[in-house]
Design a protein around this ligand. Structure first.
Ligand code: ADP
Ligand code: MG
Length: 702
């Protein structure tokens, strides 16, 4: 049978049903195309021969030498029994050593035959040797083994056990390329290849797996990286364009009674210029006739909530309902309380709906949401349940968004005849490249200004031994009437350890801050949501001066009177998490402090994170630094939402390719929005194919 890209891998020679099953389970490889796109993560340079005399400079690095065996020895006993071959070229000699299959190897290898030897030289008893080298004769050379850059693939234990170690994968890929190479269709039109100087697709696949030279390897990677990002951009931009053209966006032209009443009489503070600007931007969307999809970025404490509330009032003035979705119950409750307080003097009905809303309450709430009585619904994922039906949902606000994936967003859309306007709010600044990829379908607004009178939080790093000093400092702050957060790391693998950490901390804080002078709230995962709520409320009402918690207070909580954030085991937190936590203080007019407590022994990365925190308060700088430290694979949000499954592109290093491919996609779509011109047929077909097969990454249209 002839092999095509869509052929299941089991039909490949050398794979078969059993290995196909393992590939499927371990690496998600189903088809020939999947295997073709299972790229090496590095290459071992076999393009050079080293002279044996020079090897002392290359201890523990892979080298390739050429020479002859002059003698064999078997020595040692038990586990130490080994075969040694004396190997030399015309510069010096080295020992080759085997611990297994001694007889077989001795029989296989010949003296006075030229071998190419590949391996890692080590120094043992001041003699150079290579253990378990790879040996081949010049006659053994075929296209595959002669690859000067040996590809190295990621493999798992299970794969290795069935012969799919890196070499095994490479053998399969080699076979695959032999069989499929005439069925790898080009997906970029000629005019693009020429203009961008990209090599053709088939060659790119051959050279990324079996590069003959460094330069061919680079060309192959360039071509495939471009392709990966270009089609993603093409799909995002076409989706956006389509969305912008259709006039299905709700119109909200009126600034009516609700907004005006609130703005004139109940606004608790003047808005910052940035808040005003953002409201204007969004009002433009409300009257554009297009459905809005907008990301609102603003550092912690920049006042995103009130901005959203004002916009909700506009939507309500125009006869629509709104909802605000938070990632956690605590946040939803806090938002609900906050919004109720803001709107206390207006007659806007607000409701709370979360996973723990009682059935009896739901029985009252759900009909009121459905008949349109309730204008603002604050909640969690519970809002996306099918039972929640709106009368006229016009505006959806999603808080702390990277916890919600594209798919969850889409579910909210469906709650309305036409999709509502969507505002996604995030306090984690998103680096530009990521914004272009992960959130490429969203327009962007930024609140880049903190409310007036805010003093930057002072951040200090201390060690455990400095505790007495910190206790004194906290008492001083509490005496001034302030409140204190103390946060413990959440250890995902071990809830118990986590809990006992917090409890130990609680005990020692109870000793340092005894009742009745001091009162402590303690919130952790073992409490029911009602119990959590009680503890939180005690702190919010200033009945307790200290709030001990695991990271549950990471986002959103708003207690302006709290002026100190103590972070225990700060070395265990990620940078953006630390920044989020710091954002919990500095919300009032008082000087606030963030105290990072750590062990004396710190890894170099922990040290860098803590240092970055001490040095800057700027969320964008933190985000950039974080991206560089952690690399894109581990960016918060990308994993959870699962939308960014990139094979070759590196969000940090490939900024230029990302920008170029977006640019070019833009130019092409401006000229040919539906990709219907003959020269763009390849693009259209391939994009359709991707939308069909890779639904997660590619926006479908329609
Ligand atoms: P975030 O953007 O982190 O969600 P919030 O919306 O929670 O920030 O606002 C942080 C704090 O700042 C709240 O206490 C809020 O009432 C207050 N705030 C918001 N806007 C202003 C403003 N323009 N002037 C003064 N305080 C403000
Ligand atoms: Mg917030």
């Amino acid at each position: 049978m002839s092999i095509h890209l869509e052929t299941p891998v089991e039909y490949l020679k050398g794979v078969g049903a059993k290995r196909a099953e393992i590939l499927k389970k371990e690496t998600n490889i189903f088809t020939v195309e999947d295997l073709l796109q299972y790229f090496p993560y590095k290459y071992i340079d076999k393009s050079n021969f080293y002279s044996i005399a020079s090897l002392r400079d290359f201890v523990n690095t892979y080298v390739q030498i050429k020479g002859q065996i002059t003698a064999f020895h078997i020595a040692g006993s038990g586990k130490g029994r080994r075969l040694t071959a004396h190997f030399q070229d015309n510069t010096a000699s080295i020992q080759l050593v085997w611990f297994n299959n001694l007889k077989y190897i001795e029989e296989m290898l010949r003296k006075n035959t030229t071998y190419i030897v590949f391996g890692k030289p080590t120094l043992f008893n001041n003699a150079m040797n290579i253990t378990h080298p790879e040996m081949r004769t010049e006659q053994d050379e075929n296209e595959y083994s002669a690859t000067p850059f040996q590809p190295v693939y990621n493999t798992t234990e299970k794969m290795k056990r069935s012969g799919l170690d890196s070499k095994g994968v490479s053998r399969c890929t080699y076979q695959l390329l032999l069989e499929v190479k005439d069925n790898i269709p080009e997906n970029l039109p000629n005019y693009m290849l020429e203009k961008l100087r990209l090599i053709d697709r088939k060659s790119a696949f051959i050279h990324i797996h079996f590069p003959q030279t460094q330069s061919l390897l680079k060309q192959a990677i360039d071509r495939l990286k471009f392709e990966e990002m270009f089609f993603m951009q093409l799909s995002i931009l076409q989706f956006r364009q389509k969305n912008n053209q259709t006039s299905n966006g709700f119109l909200m032209p009126k600034v009516g009674a609700k907004f005006n009443e609130f703005y004139k009489h109940y606004l608790p503070f003047p808005l910052t210029d940035a808040q005003k600007r953002v409201i204007k931007e969004i009002r433009n969307d409300f009257v554009s006739g297009r459905q809005m999809n907008r990301l609102l970025q603003g550092d912690v404490g920049s006042g995103k909530t009130i901005t959203a509330v004002l916009l909700m009032l506009i939507a309500i003035d125009n006869g629509f309902q709104c909802c605000l979705m938070s990632p956690t119950e605590i946040l939803a409750v806090q938002h609900y309380t906050g919004i109720c307080k803001l709107l206390a003097n207006t007659d806007v009905p607000v409701a709370l709906l979360t996973g723990s809303t009682k059935t009896s309450q739901r029985k009252i709430l759900l009909p009121e949401i459905e008949n349109g009585t309730i204008k603002i619904v604050v909640g969690t994922h519970a809002l996306t349940e099918d039972k929640v039906v709106f009368d006229k949902l016009g505006f959806v606000v999603i808080d702390e968004q990277h916890r919600f994936g594209v798919e969850q967003r889409a579910r909210l859309w469906k709650k309305s005849l036409s999709p509502p306007h969507v505002l996604v709010m995030t306090a984690t600044p998103i680096p530009r490249t990521l914004a272009m990829t992960l959130y490429g379908d969203l327009d962007m607004s930024v609140i880049d200004e903190l409310p007036k009178g805010r003093k930057p939080v002072v951040t200090q790093h201390y060690y455990q031994k400095d505790r007495p000093k910190i206790v004194r400092f906290l008492k001083e702050e509490i005496r001034k009437g302030r409140q204190v957060y103390v946060v413990y790391p959440l250890i995902e693998e071990s809830e118990t350890l986590d809990f006992s950490n917090l409890m130990e901390g609680y005990d020692s804080f109870k000793i340092d801050f005894p009742e009745p002078d001091y009162k402590i709230s303690c919130v952790h995962g073992k409490l029911s949501s009602d119990e959590k709520e009680v503890e939180m409320q005690r702190f919010i009402r200033n009945e307790t001066q200290l709030m001990l918690a695991t990271t549950v207070i990471e986002v959103g909580i708003d207690v302006p009177n709290a002026s100190v954030m103590v972070i225990e085991n700060a070395e265990r937190f990620g940078l953006s998490q630390l920044h989020q936590l710091r954002g919990r203080v500095g919300r009032g007019n008082e000087q606030s402090y963030c105290i990072l407590l750590s062990d004396v022994k710190l890894s170099s990365d922990s040290k860098k994170r803590i240092q970055a925190m001490v040095e800057t308060n700027n969320g964008f700088e933190i985000a950039d630094f974080d991206l560089k430290l952690r690399g894109p694979g581990d960016l918060s949000g990308t994993k959870q939402s699962g939308t960014l499954d990139l094979k070759l592109i590196n969000i940090v290093a490939d900024e230029k390719i990302i920008a170029t491919s977006r640019n070019i996609a833009q130019i092409i779509l401006a000229d040919d929005p539906a990709l219907s011109k003959p020269e763009n047929t390849l693009l259209k077909d391939y994009l359709e194919y991707l939308r069909k097969t890779k639904q997660k990454n590619y926006y479908r249209i329609g």
